[in-house]
Design a protein around this ligand. Sequence first.
Ligand code: NAP
Length: 248
Amino acid sequence: MTRLRGHAAFVTGAARGIGGSIAARLAAEGAAVVVADVDEEAGRQAAEKIATGGATAVAAALDVRDAEAVAAAMTEASARFGKLDILVNNAGVFRDRRLEEMSDSDWDTVLDIDLRGYFVCCRAALPHLRASGWGRIVNISSRAYLGNPGQVNYSAAKAGVIGLTRALSMELGRDGITVNAVAPGMIDTPLVRSHAKADEVIARAVASTPLRRIGTPEDVAAAVAFLVSDDAAYITGDVIHVTGGRYG
Ligand code: NAP
């Protein structure tokens, strides 16, 4: 497929997991891709793997909380590819605890990366998207925006991402830039596998999912590829749920 030929995408948290699959999918559809991740070595390897398949990918080592580093990486990518017209905000973490055990640091870390980091990247990408006269922002939220016990910080951040998405879509529509969110359910990634009770948590999710499996990173990447393509030209401010039908 060549739906994205001529476009250049910046994907955060793209060294592995969902972001890794999104970067690979956008590259496979013809976009030049920046694999942006805090893990320098893993990001470099992911970009190399994509490029080995004949697509265009480069790595950028950065923390999405660092506005200067983000702006510099986007300016460099724009110069290298002649444009930067797609941003996928995906880098995220969780620090799950019940409220009474949640520290200030648990709250701040999750809000800082999973919400403020998205704001930082949107603001830095805007001049590049505007200069292209066509732009796409996709924000990876989570089904948890509807609420999950043990995740008041994560649920608040992911609900904030939906608010950010809707408000920004209203600001940027006139510039030819769409802004949408994808809310995945449980997806099989290193983040989920790192959970102390991963097997138990996954089994519970499968049992309450109408499609009777957890998702794959490729399931999410397919939704993102649609939203950044011209096939989704008249969709903005929306949320696609990639949950196998599970909402509770
Ligand atoms: P993952 O496997 O942990 O991958 C996330 C990547 O982002 C990692 O490479 C991580 O690096 C990087 N990262 C973390 N903090 C960063 C920062 N401050 N700046 C730049 N990069 C950073 O996670 P995932 O499961 O693929 O999740 C990706 C996104 O999907 C997250 O926003 C998550 O909330 C969302 N999501 C996931 C699921 C799920 O079930 N997996 C469900 C719904 C939504 P390090 O590993 O070195 O920290």
